[in-house]
Design a protein around this ligand. Structure first.
Ligand code: C2E
Ligand code: MG
Ligand code: MG
Length: 684
């Protein structure tokens, strides 16, 4: 058998088909590997069939490539049989490589079966050639072709298995492997052909169609089938890659969501959900190992004022800075979580209660120094409540509840510190709740009282007016001071009816005094933030003035600096409409609320009340003296009266007089008193 008997073009086509068939096979294996169920079966069958047709037609064209001089006839049945063998071995091969693991124990018998299939296909195909004289065989070449078929199958199976998963490098390697496999398959065929001695004088018994036509037809059909298969598999791979990309971003988004669900996005600290989980774990561990741990409720004092005065953005930055400082003293096993606006909770393993005390005190100290943000000096402090396991609670709920109660205790006993839980604190929390409920009916039941504290003119020493201060004559608790019930009243809104009552009652009292000749006295009424923001405030004030025939300028409405600076523009509007009635406005607790000079200038107030805190430690060269003197200077410039409250002794009185305060108020000059005990000795 000489190669000169071959048609070079058909040989080239046969090689091309072998390579394409191999490439299709490699891609198909990739599809099968990543598909499931019906889709995987479809890819397997479609891939196996087209690959089988590819291999078979390579052989067929290879035979047709023999010189036209040796045109042959083919037995149709045997030809179809050889096609079936090609498809069967291809199907088998694809099935083989679509498993999870392909060890030698599967690979060796697998290559044997696939190789045999190819050998069967080839020699059945050869047997289909009908010639007058029998074909002579060179058994050496036959053996050689069988070995090549087996080796090629082994290599093909291994390569296909290895390259079945889609990646960027694999695509290139697949192409290389396809060329190699194609050459091996074609090599097997041509070796097999070498084994056959076809009679040279073979007559041209043709089945009716010209050999070259047949070759062209088979080539075109096969190439078409292979091209379609390849195209489909490449398109599918692309689609799959896009889906995979989407799946990855979806997974990322899911992870982010899970993180967000467990983490506070601002401070990156765990949130309540994660904290509760950690607390449950800590509880389990402590029960198993008989160990201790502490739960600390941490609340920022003064945060609201910063938020109100500078806005949420500044508040957020302060929270981040606070978090950084809180983390500093922490070591060992702990979870610090943020569970509300300015509420944190800490879970820390402790060897003894003393450890918890040391830690709490370190936390308080860490926050004690002012924060400098954007040139502003912001002052906040911590109120901490500590509950210890197992002493202060057996389960999560009890521990959290009791730590919270202890924190409230700290708040009410001067803030900026910590307290361990005591059973009495729970009654305190319950009492708070009860009080707030009772307050709703307090006005109707006639339990509210106003006490009046005199305001004295520095120059003359004469009383110029009174500040009305709210008291609650509680049927069980006795006389209650405003700090016991006002914070809750403000939160629940009951402050509105209570506040309205105060305005009316203060006006009524002033009218009574006026009726007794005290026409010079004024009355100062405190407004809460919520009241101040009520649109009905103006009407309430107007109604009270009208009902009691009070000249508007005798009513002074006190708004704290913090309230006024919460929404400065709005405050300016509200105060403008109030002062338009003739009513006066006073900025209370001045010096604690981060005023902006810009707004202060525009606020239509008539007086500044210096906060008690500055008066308390007033001595000649104290820092407070400098502040008070600066406030007096500021008030002068803005044409405001200065009132100093909390004057408790003669030294303070003298000093404030020297500094130039206009009006003084404090225990030294008169405590808040019932109207009955206030002497009215003016002209009748
Ligand atoms: P404030 O408006 O700054 O009132 C002055 C507070 O200082 C009063 O406390 C008064 O009793 C106290 N005080 C006066 N002189 C001295 C002194 O020489 N030494 C000390 N240590 N304290 C002095 P009070 O009556 O307990 O009221 C506390 C706060 O409750 C008030 O502070 C005010 O903000 C608020 N408040 C009182 N009554 C009302 C009200 O009717 N409505 C609203 N919204 N708030 C009120
Ligand atoms: Mg006041
Ligand atoms: Mg005050």
């Amino acid at each position: 058998m000489l190669f000169s008997h071959y048609n070079a073009i058909l040989v080239a086509v046969s090689f091309l088909i072998a390579i394409l068939a191999s490439w299709a096979a490699l891609n198909m294996a990739g599809r099968v590997a990543i598909s499931r169920g019906r889709t995987a079966r479809l890819w397997l069958i479609g891939g196996g069939v087209s690959m089988g047709i590819g291999i078979w037609s390579m052989h067929f064209i290879g035979m047709l490539a023999m010189d036209a001089a040796m045109q042959m006839r083919y037995d149709l049945l045997l030809t179809l049989l050889s096609l079936a063998a090609a498809i069967a071995s291809s199907l088998f091969a694809l099935k083989m490589v679509s498993v999870g693991r392909l060890g030698l124990r599967r690979l060796l018998p697998g290559s044997l079966i696939m190789g045999s299939g190819i050998v069967v296909m080839h020699y059945t195909g050869m047997a289909a050639i009908t010639v007058d004289e029998p074909i002579g065989w060179n058994y050496g070449w036959v053996a050689c072709s069988v070995v090549i078929a087996l080796l090629a199958s082994f290599a093909a199976l291994m390569l296909t298995f290895r390259l079945r998963h889609e990646t960027a490098q694999v695509a290139l390697m697949r192409f290389g492997a396809a060329v190699l496999m194609g050459i091996a398959i074609a090599g097997m065929h041509y070796t097999g052909m070498m084994a056959a001695h076809l009679p040279t004088h073979m007559a041209a018994h043709h089945s009716g169609i010209q050999g070259s036509w047949l070759a062209a037809l088979v080539s075109i059909v096969t190439l078409f089938i292979l091209a379609i298969t390849l195209l489909l598999s490449i398109l599918d791979a692309r689609l799959q890659a896009r889906t995979a990309l989407l799946a990855t971003s979806l997974e990322k988004a899911n992870q982010e969501l899970a993180r967000l669900a467990l983490q506070d996005p601002l401070t990156q600290l765990p949130n309540r959900v994660l904290f509760e989980d950690r607390l449950a774990q800590a509880l389990g561990k402590a029960q198993r190992t008989d160990s201790l741990f502490a739960v600390m409720f941490i609340d920022l004092d003064g945060f609201k004022a910063v938020n109100d005065a500078f806005g949420h953005e500044m508040g957020d930055r302060l929270l981040v800075a606070v978090t950084e400082r809180l983390l500093q003293p922490l070591s060992g096993q702990y979870t610090l979580a943020r569970i509300g606006g300015d509420e944190f909770v800490l879970l820390a393993e402790t060897a003894a209660p003393d450890d918890a005390a040391r830690l709490a005190s370190a936390l308080v100290r860490a926050i004690d120094t002012p924060f400098i943000i954007d040139r502003y000096e912001l002052i906040v402090t911590l109120s901490i409540g500590i509950a210890l396991y197992p002493a202060d609670g057996e389960n999560e709920r009890e521990l959290m509840f009791n730590a919270d109660a202890a924190m409230y205790h700290t708040k009410f006993s001067g803030r900026n510190g910590y307290h361990f839980f005591q059973p009495s604190m729970n009654t305190f929390a319950q009492r708070q709740l009860q009080l707030t409920n009772d307050l709703w009916n307090a006005a109707e039941r006639g339990e509210l009282r106003l006490h009046y504290q005199p305001k004295v003119e520095t120059r003359s020493g004469a009383i110029v007016g009174f500040e009305a201060l709210l008291r609650w004559e509680h049927p069980r608790e006795g006389l209650l001071m405003p700090d016991l019930f006002l914070p809750q009243a403000e939160k629940t809104g009951v402050i509105i009816p209570v506040g309205n009552w105060v305005i009316n009652e203060a006006c009524r009292q002033l009218a009574a005094w006026r009726a007794r000749g005290q026409l010079g006295w004024s009355i100062a009424v405190n407004l809460s933030a919520l009241q101040f923001e009520q649109p009905q405030l103006l009407d309430t004030v107007l109604a009270a003035l009208a009902q009691h025939q009070i000249p508007p300028e005798k009513l002074i409405l006190e708004v704290t600096e913090t309230t006024a600076m919460r929404h400065p523009e709005k405050s300016i509007n509200v105060l403008n409409s109030l002062t338009a009635l003739g009513v006066k406005a006073s900025i209370d607790d001045f010096g604690t609320g981060y005023s902006s000079l810009l707004y202060l200038k525009r606020l239509p107030a008539s007086e500044l009340k210096i906060d008690r805190a500055f008066i308390k430690e007033l001595t000649g060269d104290s820092e407070d003296a400098i502040i008070v003197s600066a406030i007096v200077g500021l008030a002068r410039t803005l044409d405001l009266k200065v009132v100093a409250e909390g004057v408790e002794n003669i030294e303070q009185l003298e000093f404030l007089t020297t500094l130039g305060c206009d009006v003084l108020q404090g225990y030294f000059l008169g405590r808040p008193a019932t109207p009955a005990s206030i002497e009215v000795d003016g002209p009748l």
